[in-house]
Write a protein that binds this ligand. Structure first.
Ligand code: HEM
Length: 113
């Protein structure tokens, strides 16, 4: 079964591709263009934000320790976080917003030679 057929038929799949294929308001070419747009818009932006965030945390070990304590407190002994825990990560969220404020000028998103 190819990817298009699988995503067209699996109603339990809540991916963007399945949504677009199952609602069929766009033709294949329009779906391809929209998904490419999302990939191009999301990969470098997210990647660069996370890299700046990790750099800033390496420069501010006390903030890093606060994040570790926050995660440990929310985990309460569980091995990993769940999606429902995300809203509780207030300090980590503040660090990400601060990274965006300090670092994410559009010119920082791409390396121009
Ligand atoms: C930290 C991560 C991200 C940053 C810093 C970022 C930044 C931006 C910026 C500055 C714009 C231009 C807004 C404007 O024209 O006023 C934009 C637009 C856009 N972004 Fe992101 N973005 C991020 C993540 C993502 C992700 C994960 C997706 C998709 C899954 C995405 C999809 C888009 C799309 C589709 C547009 C165009 C919106 C439109 O034309 O109205 N972005 N983003």
């Amino acid at each position: 079964m190819d990817m298009i057929e699988r995503h067209s038929n699996d109603t339990s799949d809540c991916s963007i591709l399945s949504h677009l294929l199952q609602n069929r308001k766009l033709n294949d070419k329009e779906i391809y263009i929209n998904l490419t747009d999302l990939l191009v818009a999301s990969i470098d932006t997210t990647n660069t934000t996370l890299q700046w965030c990790l750099y800033e945390l390496a420069c501010h070990p006390a903030a890093q320790d606060t994040i570790i304590s926050e995660v440990e407190m929310i985990l309460e002994g569980r091995p990993s976080l769940e999606k429902t825990d995300l809203d509780k990560l207030e300090f980590l969220s503040a660090v990400l917003w601060e990274t965006l404020r300090l670092k994410l000028k559009l010119s920082n998103l791409f390396i121009l030679n």
